[in-house]
Design a protein around this ligand. Structure first.
Ligand code: BEZ
Length: 398
């Protein structure tokens, strides 16, 4: 069955389920707007959909994002915009095949007022038209696909995280300055990997850097990186830029060390390479890896210190950029729901446009004109502190 007919079948089934709910007298107590695009009366509770990977290589990222969102709720009596939240969590899985139907169910069947989450760029790209046409707000709390806040931007789609091109472009000039020879580019073979490499290459080459080779590894399927590490060694590259996240980041960095490249060929990447649970699993293998990201647990600000302590108490582990993005998404929804003149999509997106600066653990940030996060990117280097590997903040990137 083609993608379009699968989408319409899913929507038809969801519509039938909705009709059955309405006939039985249920399903109208939470959201009187009935999922319409504009206006929409308010009710006491507000139902929010949280779409995160609970399975697949990005499951640890989904877990962190959920924990960040829930921490904000816990700190605010379970309320957003002064209203009790009914949070419906759905599994994004490993890509659009699972993520798109799960989001459609949240909107059509669960009748959520907005959906937050989405880790994978391919899922975000697959969801864009559905949310645009449904006039339902989607707050992307990770997926960095450039077009989402670029060529395919929508009034109904907002991003509290980053765009792939921005986070990698931030690192290019710094690497061009530090590395005298060629740099090998390696990444997971899907939208995010391609865009991370393209963003890095653009500013790296503009700053005089030379590319020694480029390779994409099958996403979600590569566990043995040896053939790619051999290609890197044979290229004679003086350094490597990599994009991997979650379970793939763990394997890549550990095998980079086992293969004998660590210490000889400096490894750079976007911060997802050495973040959170991935860094804990990599341990000493990650020491010396330098990355660009808009967050580190080591940021020395009162807002971050308070956040790290609260998160560690609740989750029993240090926070990650994914947790911060989840936390900030809840904060943005809190402000927008408080300011919106109704639960309809148009009322909520108008309020999202008035959220202003967010005082976040990452530092202050705000939405730009394309609904993307405008923020500071940091240069980080993995060091050991008290026997634990951490992403020390080396400086701010231009
Ligand atoms: C992405 O698919 O956009 C993505 C996934 C994990 C980390 C960073 C970006």
């Amino acid at each position: 069955m083609g993608a379009v007919s699968l989408v319409s079948l899913t929507r038809t089934l969801a519509g039938l389920a909705l009709g059955a709910l309405a006939l039985s007298g249920c399903g109208s107590s939470l959201d009187e707007s009935g999922g319409s695009g504009s206006g929409g009366a308010r009710s006491e509770k507000v139902r929010i959909g949280l779409l995160v990977p609970l399975s697949g290589v990005y499951a640890p990222i989904g877990e962190d994002m959920k924990a960040g969102f829930e921490l904000y709720l816990d700190q605010h009596d379970g309320k957003l915009g002064g209203r009790e939240v009914d949070l419906v969590t759905a599994d994004e899985g490993e890509g659009p095949q699972t993520g798109v139907p799960a989001a459609q169910k949240l909107v059509d069947q669960n009748q959520v007022t907005a959906v937050a989450g989405v880790v994978n760029s391919a899922t975000a790209l697959g969801l864009r038209d559905f949310f645009h046409e449904s006039k339902k707000p989607l707050l992307i709390a990770n997926a960095g696909a450039d077009d989402i806040t670029g060529a395919r931007k929508s009034a109904y789609v907002w991003r509290t995280s980053f765009s792939n091109g921005d986070v990698s472009a931030a690192l290019g000039p710094a690497v061009a300055k530090e590395v005298k020879g060629g740099v090998y580019l390696v990444a997971a073979d899907y939208a995010a990997g391609k865009e991370m490499v393209a963003g890095f290459r653009k500013t790296f080459e503009a700053a005089g850097g030379k590319v020694a080779g480029e390779k994409y590894t099958p996403f979600g399927k590569t566990q043995d990186f040896q053939p790619y590490l051999s290609a890197i060694r044979e290229s004679g590259a003086d350094a490597v830029f990599a994009f991997y996240a979650g379970a793939e980041a763990v394997n890549f960095v550990k095998q980079y060390k086992q293969f004998g490249l660590a210490g000889k060929t400096p490894l750079y990447g976007t911060g997802f390479l050495t973040e959170g649970g991935a860094l804990a699993a990599q341990g000493a293998a990650a020491v010396g890896v330098k990355t660009s990201l808009h967050y580190s647990t080591e940021l020395d600000t009162p807002v971050n210190k308070e956040f790290v302590a609260a998160y560690e108490k609740a989750a029993k582990k240090p926070p990650t950029v994914y947790a911060v993005q989840g936390y900030d998404t809840a904060a943005v929804l809190d402000k927008a729901l408080a300011g919106a003149g109704g639960d309809g999509g148009d009322a909520l997106v108008e309020a999202l446009g008035k959220v202003g600066s967010v005082d976040s653990p990452r530092g202050p940030w705000k939405f730009d004109a394309d609904h993307n996060a405008e923020q500071t990117y940091y240069l980080r280097e993995v060091e050991t502190s008290g026997g634990t590997a951490v992403n020390a903040v080396v400086g701010e990137l231009e």
